[in-house]
Ligand binder design. Sequence first.
Ligand code: URA
Length: 257
Amino acid sequence: MDLNRNNERGRPRQEERLQKVLAQAGIASRRHAEEIILQGRVKVNGEVIRTLGTKVVSTDRIVVDGRLLSIPQNDYAYYLLHKPTGYITSVTDPQGRKTVMELMPKIPRRVYPVGRLDYDTSGLLLLTNDGDLAHRLMHPSYGVEKTYRVEVGEKIPEQALKRLEKGVLLEDGKTAPARIREVSPKGRGSLPTYEITIHEGRNRQVRRMFKAVGFPLSTLKRLRFGPLELDPSLAPGAFRTLSKTEIQHLRRAVKLT
Ligand code: URA
């Protein structure tokens, strides 16, 4: 059987017994699932499996009576947090600053932030224990788009916007092309506001890009992460679980389905 049991970092994926996976998928009771396996009705990655106790991982292709099984991922948890400023995205902080983990529910399965937002950045932060998904979402080769809303002290001239779009030279190299548009609110007294979409994830990238063209940011907030959007009704510090559709869209965005 051609099983890729390691994830991209070479770490082993979590293994489950085939009959347990079938039972969790609602195919049959555990006992009946065993009979189905013994009857040779289950294929894993194209090969009929008749051995009880065979271990499978989340990327295995399981077919029962010719129908592809979608593997239940009951052990996974996915949260979308509206990160407020004043929190770091690490799990612990030697300097004793508040971490986003303090905002999360006490659930038996620990979730981790996917990527990072600066201490002084707010907005959409995904937390999960789905390691394969998290790894891919952060990996530059999947080019997951992130959109940020930025406020700056003064209106940015067209030429500087063009430079941001084309890519600016930072100390760690030129940035990839970005999309940018002005979304300044009409009211008096509000700061010029822009939305920028990038697909890289370098450290403090957006702040450094704007600084490089001469317009340091006043505020930075992430509005979108791949297919996920920050709900306008989700208050800073509040979180919600992802819907099944959102999880599917995320997985699809990084070719996990
Ligand atoms: N870019 C930044 O500069 N900071 C963030 O927190 C995210 C993107």
